[in-house]
Design a binder for this molecule. Structure first.
Ligand code: MN
Length: 204
């Protein structure tokens, strides 16, 4: 089974192409102009064992909202396409992920219904790497990324920070937890490989 997708989305605000292989090894090739998001997308690929190729540009002279949200949308579209009719998948997944003082939790169901709960307790103060192009990050866009992802992939996702101090750790732990929960949910269930895992018989 070839569980891959390639999607290009171009608007007056952003141009994004993503290639995804659900059954990859965590290889990421990222042409992404926001340093911290590049770090998160790389982390996502690594912890999810997804191969991810992203080329993205956008109207960063406005702010980072359009590009980050649209990246979530296209990534979600790629998951939906690569999963197809969802036959044989485990369907749900969860992960508790600690990063030093921070503890993140992700729980998801590839349900066909888009629902995000996002309780990350971020400070709202941007992360900054002064003087470096793409070196600052608007942390409020993290929720926008996951909202775009959830809407496009049509899944239920709860992301919570249970405790923590550093915004860098909180965001990164959420990406790790979400990637591992997704990896689990997207795996083919060896005991039910030819079954669509729903009493309804469909997952749309
Ligand atoms: Mn980091």
């Amino acid at each position: 089974m070839n569980r891959t997708a390639e999607i290009t989305r171009s608007t007056k605000e952003t141009n994004i192409t993503i290639k995804l292989n659900l059954d990859g090894s965590g290889e990421a090739a990222l042409d992404y102009p926001i340093g911290f998001m590049k770090h998160m997308l790389n982390t996502f690929a690594k912890h999810g064992l997804f191969d991810l190729d992203i080329q993205a540009s956008g109207d960063l002279e406005v702010d980072q909202h359009h590009l980050v949200e649209d990246t979530g949308i296209v990534l979600g579209q790629c998951f939906a396409k690569a999963l197809g009719d969802k036959r044989g998948i485990v369907r749900s997944g969860s992960c508790l992920y600690p990063m030093d003082e921070t503890l993140a939790r992700a729980a998801l169901d590839i349900s066909g219904r888009a629902f995000l709960v996002f309780e990350a307790q971020l400070s709202g103060v941007p992360l900054t790497a002064d003087g470096i192009p793409g070196g600052s990050f608007q942390t409020d866009t993290v929720e926008d990324f996951w909202q775009g992802f959830v809407s496009a992939a049509a899944l239920t996702l709860h992301l919570d920070i249970l405790r923590g101090r550093s915004d860098h750790h909180k965001i990164e732990a959420l990406f790790k937890a979400a990637a591992r929960a997704l990896r689990q949910a997207c795996e083919i269930d060896g005991r039910a490989a030819d079954i669509i895992p729903s009493t309804k018989g469909v997952l749309v």
